[in-house]
Design a protein around this ligand. Structure first.
Ligand SMILES: [Zn+2]
Ligand SMILES: [Zn+2]
Ligand SMILES: [Zn+2]
Length: 160
């Protein structure tokens, strides 16, 4: 993903250095506040997602897991992803079968993504599904989660 993009502005590098440290610190405080633990595997997977240039597939996370180049045991990564999704630190993008860190502060929320088919970035925005969710509730549905995935070209990739 993203390797065939020839638009330099289309690439959005992940967090690094102090920004990455601050984001991990925020995550730890959010965990403490909800009496959850950001265990070393959970922290490491979140660190990889935050530092990535775009959505990461589970097998990329497994391969990149060890700082010494050792891959992780797959269940370690899958369990960490489950935790990060449950607490709203990360989202799974179904159509890419890949994960991104949540860019919106606060609680677990309905997620929407603008996915660029050229550079592979997925920009998160907060959708307003209130009316649809109310209609669904009226129709008797107990909705657990909604994810909207809009595909196309980001502003940078429309230039040629
Ligand atoms: Zn591009
Ligand atoms: Zn989010
Ligand atoms: Zn793009």
């Amino acid at each position: 993903m993203g390797t065939e993009c020839h638009h330099p502005d289309g690439l959005h590098p992940g967090l690094s250095g102090a920004d990455l440290g601050a984001a991990l610190g925020d995550a730890e405080r959010r965990c403490d506040a909800t009496r959850e633990r950001l265990t070393p595997p959970r922290r490491r997977v979140l660190e990889l997602l935050l530092g990535a240039d775009g959505p990461m597939k589970a097998y990329d996370l497994i391969a990149a897991y060890g700082a010494d180049g050792e891959p992780a045991k797959p269940p370690t990564v899958y369990r960490a992803l489950e935790f990060l999704e449950r607490l709203g630190f990360a989202h799974r993008i179904e159509s890419l079968n890949a994960y991104v860190p949540c860019r919106i502060e606060g609680q677990t929320h309905q997620a929407a993504f603008l996915i660029c088919e050229c550079c592979g970035t997925a920009k998160e925005f907060e959708p307003d599904f209130a009316a649809e969710l109310e209609a669904a509730a009226h129709a008797g549905y107990a909705v657990r989660a909604v994810t909207l995935e809009a595909r196309g070209l980001c502003p940078a990739c429309q230039a040629d």
